[in-house]
Design a protein around this ligand. Structure first.
Ligand SMILES: Nc1ncnc2c1ncn2[C@@H]1O[C@H](COP(=O)(O)OP(=O)(O)O)[C@@H](O)[C@H]1O
Ligand SMILES: [Mg+2]
Length: 230
């Protein structure tokens, strides 16, 4: 898809001038070519595009400033011990939300969790490696070996805990199937293990995963419990 630089209009949405400047800056640093972005996904708050970087394709997640539910963001982020005292100002909260996603990806990666490598962040834009060409969500591309895939998710969840993180939005929508191995994405809601509602999020994550894998053929007795993760 071709988009002109001064008029960054794509089918999926129109970005504000602040976002266009941010994208132009990242283009000027060689992370991608703005004119060659192709849309991958349109979410409630963000658009994901595929770009051509210097070392292969990248995924570019752009939070739409106008569409962000910053009250929800504030409610999550104020409980995160790393962001104590965050001010309830719309832009600040959105930028912090994006930073949190980037930091979470870095931390997860350092502990060996299979996640896209985060490459750059600026304002409301995150650039990361494109997983696959791109890989599908596991809900749309079921694993060949269901049990093996499930156990691998459990081991990724344990590694995430050892990075002191709980994903907090884990489900078949945020797990990609890349060559029959799980890759976790979408870390914006992830929070530290010690934060107030972390246990509740962990239980919810596991419940989502368990429900999905039960539906696609795993037996009840093969499912893990939260205690197995800790
Ligand atoms: N690094 C990536 N590699 C491949 N696909 C990706 C990547 N990041 C996001 N996607 C695709 O974009 C979709 C939306 O990304 P996600 O981070 O889950 O945003 P949202 O918050 O809108 O759910 C994903 O479901 C996936 O299909
Ligand atoms: Mg998602």
């Amino acid at each position: 898809m071709v988009v002109s630089k001064d008029k960054f209009k794509v089918r999926e949405g129109v970005f504000d001038s602040f976002t266009i400047k941010t994208l132009q800056f990242l283009d000027s640093k060689g992370f991608f070519e703005l004119e060659e972005l192709s849309p991958l996904f349109l979410g409630k708050e963000s658009n994901v595009f595929i770009g051509k970087g210097n070392n292969g394709h990248v995924a570019i997640k752009i939070y739409r400033l106008e569409n962000c539910d910053f009250n929800k963001m504030y409610d999550y982020i104020k409980l995160d011990s790393r962001f104590k005292g965050v001010k309830r100002k719309k832009r600040d909260i959105i930028f912090m939300w994006v930073q949190r996603e980037f930091r979470n990806l870095m931390k997860a990666r350092q502990k060996g969790v299979r996640v896209p490598t985060p490459l750059a962040i600026r304002n409301n834009v995150i650039i990361m490696d494109l997983v696959g060409a791109p890989a599908s969500k596991v809900k749309d591309d079921l694993p060949k070996n269901v049990k093996k895939f499930y156990l691998n998710i459990i081991s990724q969840m344990k590694k995430l805990l050892s990075a002191n993180l709980v994903h907090a939005d884990l489900s078949q929508f945020n797990i990609l199937n890349h060559n029959d191995l799980p890759v976790f994405i979408d870390f914006s809601q992830s929070t530290t293990k010690d934060s107030l509602r972390a246990r509740e999020y962990l239980e919810r994550d596991l419940k989502n995963v368990n429900n999905f894998f039960k539906k696609i053929g795993l037996k009840e007795k093969e499912l893990k419990t939260v205690e197995d993760l800790l």
